[in-house]
Design a protein around this ligand. Structure first.
Ligand code: NDP
Length: 421
């Protein structure tokens, strides 16, 4: 098909997506990898070429905080699609550049302002929180505001094509298409049963991870957000191939899209597993102010505490060799089919060490990078191409589900699961 893909970012998730894209010579002939640190992109190019990719690979630098710099890169390369696997802070600048250069856009996480205390964002943020009726700051509205612009330009923006969000929303569309007339409830369960041997480390970008976990929780019920305190709702669940784990209710971005796109669903919740040691460390760091995004003066220098913490913690990309165990991520559904009540659990189990053997990364990067590749390939080959801004639940789920099986994330359908109370 000879399409060209531009990948922005070369961190933990990107490195998996890039290795998987390099295998898709059925769709792509060319890939350019650009990021802040070009040496990481060059190392990836060397690895891909050593592994015999049929794609032509090139690299470069970009400052993805600056629209004009992204435009420079796009105009130089002329890609058919841009995959943004930098950070959520860069979503809007990259979308602006895609619009200016008329190219399709894919990402894995919704936009967040880097500093929510910046007065420029604070006002908009507070207004949106008031409208939404909750205070967690994940919010699709920043990117949904681009809908008309992408429609008018005849371009596709596919948002949140990671695992959660991403695959979990595809599971919802798949359950609706094949198993239910009406879905009543969805519980999204994200279990990481892996152990990296450190007392404290995060499995993906620490800043994004800790912000997500320390925010207020919330869930969707009867068309409204119900807000909870961080970690207020705790359940235990026996995960297939992992075992018993404590999990906590969090706010998560796919709930926003699913609540909007599937108004029939009465309740949508998201749970993530955490060990006690992780939580104790996080609370302590929070209590001393280390999770703050507000710059502080230190010896005449401005330091953002959470960015300083990131510099101290192990690089998530380095956890691969030492992480053992499995992840289990999926959705439990209740609803009706042909007038009968029905339950369903669709999930994937992913083994950290298997991922490391294949691509040199742990399962968290793997389970995000593979869906990033899948979304990008479906937009590029036209299967998931339509003008506008969409989440992954808004397309035919079947081709995506098929590619999950083919590219390392096979899924299981259990029609008799234990429900979460
Ligand atoms: P990393 O921090 O490992 O990587 C981020 C990459 O982006 C780095 O290569 C970094 O460059 C680059 N980058 C950051 N800022 C800029 C900039 N201004 N200009 C150019 N490049 C930049 O993050 P992860 O790989 O862990 O996460 C990537 C994305 O995946 C995030 O958006 C995260 O939220 C999302 N994610 C989604 C999940 C899902 O299931 N949907 C799950 C996990 C993550 P440098 O190397 O120089 O630092």
């Amino acid at each position: 098909m000879a399409k060209k893909v531009l990948v922005i970012g070369c961190g933990g998730v990107a490195q998996v997506a890039i290795q998987k894209l390099a295998k898709r010579d059925d769709v792509f002939s060319d890939m350019r990898i650009v990021s802040r640190t070009v040496s990481k992109c060059d190392a990836m190019k060397e690895k891909l070429e050593k592994n015999g990719t049929k794609l032509s690979i090139s690299t470069g630098t970009v400052d993805a905080d600056k629209v004009e710099d992204i435009v420079r890169v796009i105009k130089d390369y002329h890609p058919d699609v841009v995959l943004n696997v930098a950070l959520p802070y860069q979503d809007l600048t990259i979308m602006d550049a895609c619009l200016e250069c008329k190219v399709d856009y894919v990402d894995t996480a919704n936009y967040e302002p880097e500093d929510t205390d910046d007065p420029k964002w604070r006002k908009i943020y507070e207004k949106r929180c008031k409208e939404a009726g909750f205070t967690a700051y994940f919010d699709y509205s920043w990117q949904w505001a681009y809908k008309k612009k992408f429609e008018d330009a005849g371009l596709t923006a596919l948002l949140g094509s990671g695992f959660d969000p991403g695959v979990t929303s595809v599971f919802v569309a798949y359950a609706k298409k094949h198993y239910f007339d009406t879905i009543d409830t969805v519980d999204i369960l994200d279990c990481n049963g892996g152990d990296h041997g450190y007392k404290f480390a995060t499995n993906f970008n620490p800043e994004i991870n800790l912000r997500e976990v320390s925010a207020n929780g919330s869930y969707w019920e009867n068309g409204k957000w119900i807000e909870t305190k961080p970690m207020e709702i705790k359940r235990k669940y026996n995960f297939p191939q992992v075992g018993d784990k404590d999990m906590y209710l969090l706010h998560h971005e796919e709930i926003e899209a699913l609540g909007k796109n599937f108004p029939e669903i009465k309740r949508i919740r998201f749970f993530m597993t955490f060990g006690q040691s992780y939580l104790d460390h996080m609370h302590c760091l929070e209590d001393v102010g280390m999770l703050s995004t507000e710059p502080v003066d230190f010896n005449g220098q401005k330091i953002v505490p959470i960015q300083f913490l990131k510099a101290l913690l192990p690089d998530p990309a380095s956890l691969g060799p030492r992480t053992v165990g499995k992840t289990n991520i999926g959705c439990i559904f209740t609803g009706t089919k042909n007038g009968e009540k029905k339950t369903l659990f669709i999930y994937n189990v992913c083994d950290h060490q298997e991922c490391y053997k294949e691509v040199g990364s742990q399962a968290i990067s793997y389970t995000t990078g593979v869906p990033a590749m899948i979304g990008t390939s479906l937009v590029a080959d036209g299967t998931w191409k339509k003008p506008g801004v969409f989440t992954t639940d808004e397309f035919d789920p079947d081709p995506y589900m098929e590619l999950l099986n083919q590219y390392g994330l096979p899924w299981v359908v259990d029609e008799n699961p234990v429900l979460v109370d």
